[in-house]
Design a protein around this ligand. Structure first.
Ligand code: UD1
Ligand code: CA
Length: 457
């Protein structure tokens, strides 16, 4: 096996995006374009991945972290110039080097693998990944000679009318013999419509020098879509979403309305789970088997067990157990842990709290900075008073406690195991286990009040 290296071009600003955000960081299904590309390349077991950064270099590096090495292209003089920046890291290596644009987020590892294999079989010095499309505008065109061999790539802006009719395009993904690549890059000039050093010119230079240049055609143009503006971004989003959703359906997940299910690329879902319309699952979310999620729910970075139902609700950065019922209209905020068989009903907000097995907060509660044991019943409107305007304090509610409706638990405070809190109480002192705490004024009835004040009409 030859060694495989990869260079990802990600230094451009992306002028056509008209955005403050650097192009390759624009998300597709919630993940930056360039990260999609790197994650696919990582499946190929490459020896080194070098990302060329320039515009927004620090931000791009921040996103990719350990996934890549980086080379800086301080001035964006073209794609050939960009690849040249990797010379220090890759120049002396033997093997083949994939070059991929950071703005082709739909490219699959299987296609890049096929490209590398074809390149190796052909013993070529350079192999271009090409595709056919009826809308080749903007792409470099593949110019072949009478024998059907690739001669060169002409950029759209440099092409003649005749050349613009060619429907075979350069996808921007290539495989090169590493040594030949860095040698040939030195010979590329910037004598063209854009005054840039074009990477595709390497092809013509090698071809003219009598070296073997090959082209590998992929059947799926969609996969090679280059995102230069927001119209293409929305197309990429749609294609990626369909791809992700199809995979889940093939794995045994029901998507009631696939066009209305927005599932991130790293989300895992168990079989026989039903995803209702308007559901957004993002980040490192995993959903177990036999769950029902949605309609209209947003879940980010959560681990959800089996047979849990989450309807019309929002949850983030939390763990949610099995056979839990959440919603409608609940809000699970970060660092919460909702145990098995718990029930979080309508208009309940949970923040940074442990909520024990089988416990219930069925209506209109705020539970923040709390440790709620198992079998606890929080009555309608009961809340933790966790904040004094400066600091946050812990509320502990031990197993099997019963909190009456509309109670305020003023933290720090503990309600002991099996204790009762009377409805309408404001609890400022700990409640011993199995006690009843009543923290409210006694009711006084003023008899004949209306008559005394002469209010009768
Ligand atoms: C490029 C190809 C074109 C191909 C198309 C496929 C060139 C000259 N043209 O055109 O043949 O059909 O991709 O999508 O290569 N970049 C840098 N540094 C630079 C310039 C660009 O890192 O100095 C990066 C960009 O961030 C981008 C990628 O290279 O990720 C491609 O650049 P872009 O300007 O989008 O090239 P296209 O015009 O799309
Ligand atoms: Ca592009």
């Amino acid at each position: 096996m030859t060694n495989i290296y990869a260079v990802i071009l990600a230094a451009g600003k992306g002028t056509r995006m008209k955005s403050k955000l650097y192009k390759v960081l624009h998300p597709v299904c919630g993940k930056p374009m360039v990260e999609h590309v790197i994650d696919q390349i990582s499946d190929l077991h490459t020896h080194k991945i070098v990302t060329i950064v320039g515009h927004g270099a620090e931000k791009v590096k921040g996103y990719l972290g350990e996934k890549s090495e980086f080379a800086l292209q301080a001035e964006q003089l073209g794609t050939a110039h960009a690849v040249m920046q990797a010379e220090e890291i890759l120049g002396k290596e033997e093997g083949c080097t994939l070059v991929v644009c950071g703005d082709t987020p739909l490219i699959k590892s299987s296609t890049m693998e096929a490209l590398v294999n074809f390149h190796t079989e052909q013993q070529a010095k350079a192999t271009i990944l090409t595709a056919y499309t009826d809308q080749p505008d903007g792409y470099g065109r593949i110019i072949r000679n009478e024998q059907g061999m690739v001669e060169k790539i002409v950029e759209h802006k440099d092409a003649t009318d005749e050349e613009r009719k060619v429907k075979e395009i350069n996808t921007g993904t290539y495989c090169f013999d590493n040594r030949y690549l860095f040698e040939t890059l030195k010979k590329v000039s910037n004598d063209n419509a854009q005054g840039e050093y074009y990477l595709p010119d390497v092809i013509e230079i090698l071809q003219k020098a009598g070296e073997k240049v090959a082209a590998y055609q992929t059947a799926d143009f969609n996969e090679t879509l280059g995102v230069n503006d927001r119209v293409a971004l929305s197309q990429a989003e749609k294609i990626m979403r369909e791809r992700i959703n199809e995979q889940h359906m093939r794995n045994g997940v029901t998507l009631v309305s696939p066009e209305n299910a927005f599932i991130g690329p790293d989300v895992v879902i168990g079989s026989d789970t039903i995803i209702h319309p308007g559901t957004v699952l993002s980040g490192n979310t995993s959903i177990g088997a036999d769950c029902e999620i949605g309609p209209n729910s947003e879940i980010n970075n959560c681990q959800v067990g089996d047979s849990t139902v989450i309807r019309h609700s929002v949850a983030a950065d939390s763990e949610i157990g099995s056979r839990v019922a959440i919603g409608p209209f609940a809000h699970i905020r970060p660092a919460s842990q909702i145990s098995d068989e718990a029930k979080i009903g309508n208009f309940v907000e949970i923040k940074k709290s442990v909520f024990g097995k089988g416990s219930k907060a069925s209506h209109l509660s705020y539970i923040g900075d709390a440790e709620v044991g198992s079998g606890v019943n929080l009555g309608c409107g009961s809340i933790t008073v966790n904040y004094d305007g400066k600091n946050k304090f812990l509320t502990k509610i031990e197993d099997d406690a019963f909190i009456g409706c509309n109670s305020n638990l003023v933290a720090p405070v503990t309600v002991g195991k099996g204790a009762y809190v009377a409805a309408g109480s404001t609890i400022t002192n700990d409640v011993p286990g199995e006690a009843l705490a009543i923290g409210r004024a006694r009711q006084v009835n003023k008899e004949n009040y209306v008559e005394k004040l002469n209010l009768k009409k």
